[in-house]
Design a protein around this ligand. Structure first.
Ligand SMILES: Cc1cc2nc3c(=O)[nH]c(=O)nc-3n(C[C@H](O)[C@H](O)[C@H](O)COP(=O)(O)OP(=O)(O)OC[C@H]3O[C@@H](n4cnc5c(N)ncnc54)[C@H](O)[C@@H]3O)c2cc1C
Length: 447
């Protein structure tokens, strides 16, 4: 009997350390805002915390030991990530921040020794940052609509095109660029390739840094709108096989989606926690908010949604560890991706609402959470696309019924049952008749 919801005591000790470290060191730092994010701020504030995480053996836990990670697997990573998820700075402190995690993962999987030496090592050390430059302003993240081209001229690739929402491009040293190399390939999924492009390559132009959410300076965000103007890179800037971008990106996105979900559990729990604190603290003329049944309903619904989502995420993490192949867990990852924005949105909105005016102000984290929940429904592909994946994966195990009435039509099932149990029914009928019971015939006919 292998179902077990206990965390092993050794790992629990690590989680307890993380809990305290988050409370005492990471969370206070996050209130410094951008001061801790710029290159100098990171050196001053984040580096020392990263050293403490490394000393605890908790650095880059999404990776195997051969890559400088801990090899804990996805289930333990989920338990860790749900703690980190309650604070936006935490992933950087623990060496598991998107998009660097996914970029490091694909370089580890598909990179040559030279590419690993040049990019993977500094990424894993947290010395450089990277961006994933895939989505385009014209066609979102659907590779079949991409217009950015990479053309081979002699021994160089020449890249031209525009990319949209390349997160952290402005802070990155490396751009992982998705471009069309083989527009005439018969298989449309073999038309694109991935390139490792140093951000300071001539021709790389950041048109604007778009920000998520309302307010703020136009151009003051972290989502790079990037133009590639005749960007020349050597042939070996190609990652993996020519035409292999689609497969590579799936490896990257599969992991990225489940890691977002793990952290979203932490964000939801934080919102619920604040909601409960408010409920037991704030009084109205009818008593505490916590005493009002409609408030209790919101708290109960939030807890149930969160715990159900958490079980789905943990089970999916467990499946990834079991199969060691994201493709075999596609349906589950897509289901997690669909559930995530909804649960997050519901809980964050209820938490904001329960705090009244304070809740919708910029003096509380809830508006940021609500925006983030919307982002979760868009980034890495919109909810609709993932719902289709779930449905298709479920449906592929079903075969059509070609009869007029389905195989599960009750009259048909009844007929089959009567045929199968005809001897027993005859015995039953005889027994009733021997007793002289009136209902014998009926009891055996209408079973
Ligand atoms: C905060 C953030 C960070 C991001 N970071 C990155 C990054 O680092 N690198 C990168 O390359 N991209 C990144 N993206 C881009 C992201 O992958 C795309 O925004 C996403 O794939 C959707 O593309 P789109 O924005 O063009 O929306 P569209 O494709 O225009 O979709 C808009 C809406 O249309 C509907 N829709 C679209 N397709 C379908 C469909 N097949 N069926 C039904 N309805 C559909 C949905 O309602 C969808 O929300 C990021 C996005 C956000 C918000």
């Amino acid at each position: 009997m292998a179902w077990d919801f206990e965390t092993d005591p050794e790992f629990q000790k690590k989680l307890d350390w993380v809990e305290e470290f988050m409370r005492e060191e990471v969370e206070p730092l996050s209130h410094l805002g951008m001061a801790a994010h710029g290159p100098l701020g990171r050196q001053k504030f984040i580096k020392p915390l990263q050293e403490k995480v490394k000393a605890q053996g908790l650095w880059a836990c999404h990776l195997g030991p051969e890559l400088g990670g801990q090899g804990y697997g996805q289930l333990k990573l989920a338990l860790l990530n749900e703690k980190l998820g309650r604070n936006g700075l935490a992933p950087s402190v623990f060496g598991c921040q998107a998009p660097d995690t996914g970029n490091a993962e694909i370089i580890a999987h598909y990179g040559t020794e030279e590419q690993k030496e040049k990019w993977l090592k500094p990424l894993l050390n947290g010395d450089i940052r990277s961006a994933f430059s895939m989505s385009e302003p014209t066609g979102g993240s659907d590779p079949l609509t991409f217009k950015t081209r990479a053309v081979l001229e002699g021994k160089e690739w020449v890249i031209n095109g525009e990319k949209w929402f390349s997160t952290n491009a402005r802070y990155s040293k490396l751009l992982v660029v998705y471009a069309v190399t083989d527009p005439d390939a018969k298989d449309p999924y073999k038309r694109t390739s991935i390139f490792l492009v140093p951000t300071d390559t001539p021709g790389v132009e950041i048109i604007r840094n778009v920000a998520v959410g309302g307010g703020g300076e136009i151009g003051g965000g972290t989502e790079g709108y990037v133009r590639y103007n005749n960007v020349r890179v050597p042939y070996d800037a190609l990652l993996g096989e020519r035409g292999g971008a689609f497969v590579i990106a799936q490896v990257r996105l599969g992991g990225g989606r489940i890691h977002h979900a793990m952290r979203t559990i932490g964000s939801c729990r934080h919102a619920l926690d604040l909601m409960c604190k408010r409920a037991v603290s704030r009084t109205t003329r009818d008593g505490k908010l916590a005493d009002l049944q409609l408030v209790q309903q919101d708290i109960a619904d939030s807890w149930i949604e969160l715990e159900s989502f958490r079980l789905l995420v943990l089970r999916t993490a467990w499946l990834i560890d079991k199969h060691k192949d994201y493709n075999k867990v596609r349906k589950d990852i897509a289901a997690v991706k669909v559930a995530m924005p909804k649960v997050y949105h519901n809980i964050a909105t209820r938490a904001a609402h329960l705090h009244g005016a304070l809740g919708v102000s910029n003096e509380m984290p809830f508006m940021h959470m609500v925006t983030s929940s919307l982002v979760m429904g868009i980034a890495d592909g919109p909810t609709e696309v993932h719902k289709v994946t779930v449905a298709k994966q479920i449906l592929k195990d079903y075969r059509p019924d070609n009869d007029l009435f389905p195989a599960y039509h009750i009259p048909r099932l009844r007929e089959e049952a009567r045929e199968r149990f005809k001897d027993q029914l005859a015995e039953l009928k005889a027994a009733y008749e021997a007793e002289g019971g009136r209902g014998g015939a009926r009891a055996t006919e209408t079973a």
